[in-house]
Design a protein around this ligand. Structure first.
Ligand code: UDP
Length: 422
């Protein structure tokens, strides 16, 4: 076996200690934690550097053998709205540089653009490679939500382009994201690699009881008598949960599934949450809709396997991890026909892809599926093997291969990096 690596993940704006589905924590947190766990288990030494957002968190938290989280003091030690992080990138970078000088790493892997811009000078002065993962790429402010997340702060578009140019390697989570890096950010095809995501198929597994036969605790909702559609994710407009509510509302009341919504609002997301609650009330769906807030992974997995169908109406996703988690749970997915969701859901095999924003089209797909238990069973049967093909150990192994290729003496590096090569 080749020598173990010292890997520094940089996660400026959210912490691996946060519960996914709360604050700004979501897929990125799940991915980093799962890959870091797998790398540490394989004998590598992994440190995740994050910004201190709570004065009480210890400087260093050991999560597992070979895996620690280190708090970097930059800006106020409290939660910041996403857009506020741009102002603390430089200070974070300085402190990160000090930390890396004291405890050297072989490479830095930055998650999201804030981390990349902070880590770039650190990697250059240490003479080590910078690997960049975007997780989401901003769409120009005037473009439709289907093009992706809006820049939360002014430097994002330029920052992301700079990283495509200057990072030594960009890791994309799907072919769709790879294309966005090439087309929108003018990335260099030789320095963009796809590392597929995984899913924990022990945590997310099918229900042993038949679908529809499960009585829910929520007796007042009459949920046990209805099929259940589940939505999972941060309550952000990009997720399109409003469309799912409209789609359910477009069905006659007696044929509507109950709706379970799992996830919480990001720090600046109260308006959207209010709008969702208002829509539910307006359509008379309060008795059959449950806003559960964010749930820990085990509880989420339990809810998921009991659902009849998952809806993923997101305007854009680089991949859409929740869809893979539904597949692992043997639950078919109805997702928007866009971006990485075309890879997370196999149309007609693990679920259905629906185009556009018309609630009627979504309602039609939903009711056709709910009316056809055999079809549900067939999709569920195909879903689990698809998920089993995506495991975190394989994902981490792919990541490691890309790290090793980058660390090889003859590896191509970003043009600017050659001068600093250690
Ligand atoms: N999640 C969770 N608890 C919640 C809501 C979401 O653990 O209450 C997890 C969910 O299971 C998934 C991640 O957060 O692993 C969301 O990832 P996805 O790629 O779907 O969306 P993103 O957050 O990256 O936009």
């Amino acid at each position: 076996m080749s020598a173990p690596l010292r890997i520094g993940f940089v996660m400026l704006h959210t912490s691996p200690l946060d519960v996914p589905g709360t604050k700004d924590a979501g897929g990125m947190n799940v991915v980093v934690r799962a890959q870091a766990d797998a790398l540490a288990l394989a004998g590598h030494e992994v440190t995740i550097f994050t910004r201190r957002s709570d004065p009480a968190t210890p400087h260093r938290t050991v999560l597992a053998s070979g895996l620690a989280v280190v708090q970097i003091d930059a800006g106020p030690a409290r939660l910041l709205a996403k857009g506020e992080h741009e102002a603390v990138m430089a200070q974070f970078g300085e402190r990160l540089g000090e930390a890396v000088q004291q405890a050297p790493v072989d490479l830095l892997h930055a998650e999201h653009w804030f981390s990349g811009i902070a880590a770039l000078p650190v990697a250059r002065s240490a003479g080590i490679p910078l690997v960049q993962s975007y997780h989401s790429i901003a769409a120009p402010p005037e473009s439709p939500l289907t093009d992706g997340e809006r820049p939360e702060s002014p430097g994002r578009l330029a920052g992301e382009r700079r990283l495509a140019r200057e990072a030594d390697l960009v890791i994309a989570v799907s072919e769709a994201e790879r294309r966005t890096v090439l087309d929108r950010l003018a990335g260099d095809p030789a320095r963009v690699r796809v590392v597929p995501l995984g899913v924990d198929t022990e945590l997310f597994h099918p229900c042993t009881e038949p679908h529809g036969a499960v009585e829910h605790d929520d007796a007042d909702r009459g949920a046990g008598e209805r099929p259940e559609a589940i939505l999972v994710g941060r309550l952000h407009p990009l997720k399109g949960f409003d469309l799912a509510i409209e789609a359910v509302a477009a069905l006659p009341p007696e044929r509507r599934p109950s709706l379970r919504i799992v996830g919480a609002a990001p720090p600046d997301g109260d308006d959207y949450v209010r709008a969702l609650h208002e829509a539910v009330a307006r359509h008379g769906m309060a008795g059959t809709t449950l806003f559960e807030g964010a749930l820990p992974r085990e509880e989420l997995a339990e809810r998921l396997r009991r659902a009849t169908v998952m809806l993923v109406p997101s305007h854009s996703e680089t991949f859409g991890l929740v869809a893979l988690e539904a597949s692992a749970s043997g639950v078919p997915v109805i997702a928007r026909d866009t971006g990485g969701l075309r890879e997370a859901v196999l149309d007609g095999e693990t679920g259905l892809l629906v185009q556009g924003d018309d609630p009627q089209a979504w309602a039609a797909a939903l009711s056709a599926l709910l009316d056809d238990p055999q079809r549900i069973a067939e999709l569920a049967r195909r879903a689990r093997p698809y998920a089993l093909d995506h495991n975190w150990a394989a994902s981490a192994e792919r990541l490691l291969d890309t790290y090793r290729a980058l660390l090889a003496p003859e590896a191509p590096r970003a043009p600017e990096a050659s001068a600093h090569r250690g």
